[in-house]
Ligand binder design. Structure first.
Ligand SMILES: Nc1ncnc2c1ncn2[C@@H]1O[C@H](COP(=O)(O)OP(=O)(O)OP(=O)(O)O)[C@@H](O)[C@H]1O
Length: 386
């Protein structure tokens, strides 16, 4: 089912009554969610993700704007008439009912022509249980299940009516790291299998990136960027999006474009064209640094962290806006950089900080370097000058 959000806006009265300022939780959201896709709604706490989901579900009414499901305007329909399945962070299972009874619950309230026989209900409940692989738990009570199993029951309950749209609000937040990973793959599998248009709210960028067909990055109620996860990562429209996506996060520097050169501090790090002389913020993804003996960007080596396949080279630079710079390079560099680092140990600097004494030099991959306007923080597109 295609879901269309048109100029969707939700205001709440501000908490400070004297100021009479509304909180604009969702501000003019426009989006066509294609049929059968999984969409990740992503952003920091308070950016309006849950409000958006609750507007789509019908639990909240928009201040203005319309919502369409498959071409039909559902804005004024109550949640029960929208054909949606909802899963929240706290699984909200009925503790006194068995898993089977919990899953059957939504079917028992169907009325009129939708009413089902007992056999039909059981068939549907079994099918939903099979889908989320909890058939053997049907007679258990929720308290006897792990968090991951409880969440699967909640998903089965949301799926049992075969909704047109599945809405998931931070469904994995209460799970431990391993279960989170496993359950998010489950959600992806179930979504693929059923083809139900799914909207998934999370503040965890990795989670959203890993399972979504498209992500929507929000900030202060305003959509910043919509796109395929890799596209948004590779081409963020502004500083906020660039910082929000990526682990370790993007490295930020004060920089300057002058005479077709990009400077970080005194170092001319890239030849650029298509950009006027100006001060800029420079963002460099951790994988954008190339260890090179005579590389143009000079930093002070602070440490090396082994991560198995890769290593993380930690360093400092005066123009850096973060405490330390993290460069991810292949593990084949470990021996050399490790020696450099070890060699620095004996030579303490004047302030006793030996790390400041050990230079490490990088060249940069221009595709991993983003420039941002210092005022608007919008991305400035440049070309590498070759
Ligand atoms: N019922 C309400 N009354 C007043 N303000 C509200 C209400 N619900 C949400 N807000 C405000 O709207 C804004 C968006 O809230 P929302 O819950 O949608 O954010 P979120 O991105 O889902 O956050 P989180 O990740 O913390 O759940 C916040 O500033 C919040 O304080």
């Amino acid at each position: 089912m295609e879901v269309v959000l048109r100029n969707l806006t939700k205001k709440f009265p501000g908490r400070d009554r004297k100021k009479r300022e509304d909180v604009i939780a969702v501000n003019d959201f426009n989006f066509v969610i294609p049929d059968g896709k999984l969409i990740g709604l992503l952003g920091p706490s308070g950016c309006g993700k849950s409000t958006t989901l609750n507007l789509i579900s019908g639990l909240l009414k928009p201040t203005s704007g319309r919502i369409f499901f498959g071409g039909d305007d559902v804005t004024d329909l109550p949640p029960e008439n929208r054909g949606i399945g909802l899963v929240f962070q706290n699984y909200a299972l009925y503790p006194h009912l068995t898993v089977k009874q919990n899953i059957l619950f939504p079917l028992q309230n169907l009325k009129g022509k939708d009413k089902l026989s007992k056999r039909e209900m059981l068939e549907k409940a079994n099918e939903a249980a099979r889908l989320v692989q909890i058939e053997e738990l049907m007679e258990s009570k929720p308290a006897e299940l792990s968090g991951g199993q409880q969440q699967r029951v909640a998903i089965a309950r949301a799926l049992v009516k075969m909704p047109m749209v599945l809405l998931l609000d931070e469904p994995l937040s209460n799970l431990d790291a391993r279960l989170r990973l496993q359950t998010r793959e489950e959600i992806r599998r179930i979504q693929r299998k059923t083809g139900i248009t799914t909207i998934f709210v999370t503040h965890d960028q990795e989670e959203a990136m890993s399972i979504s067909d498209m992500i929507v990055v929000m900030k202060d109620g305003i959509v910043q960027q919509i796109g395929k996860p890799q596209e948004v990562y590779d081409s963020p429209v502004n500083l906020f999006v660039a910082r929000f996506l990526g682990t370790p996060p993007i490295n930020l520097f004060e920089g300057r474009a002058k005479d077709n050169q990009l400077y970080i501090g005194e170092d001319a790090v890239l030849r650029v064209k298509g950009i006027a002389d100006q001060e800029v913020f420079v963002g460099i993804r951790p994988e954008g640094f190339i260890l090179q003996e005579n590389g143009p960007l000079c930093c002070a080596l602070g440490g090396v962290e082994v991560m198995g396949r890769d290593i993380s080279v930690v360093s400092q630079n005066k123009a850096s806006l973060s405490q330390s710079i993290r460069a991810i390079v292949g593990a084949e560099h470990l021996e050399k950089i490790g020696k450099t680092y070890a060699a620095g140990y004996g030579e303490k600097g004047p302030d006793g900080d030996r790390a400041m004494e050990t230079p490490v030099r990088f060249a940069l991959n221009p595709h991993k370097v983003f420039l941002f306007d210092k005022e608007t923080e919008e991305r400035i597109i440049f070309e590498e000058y070759v």
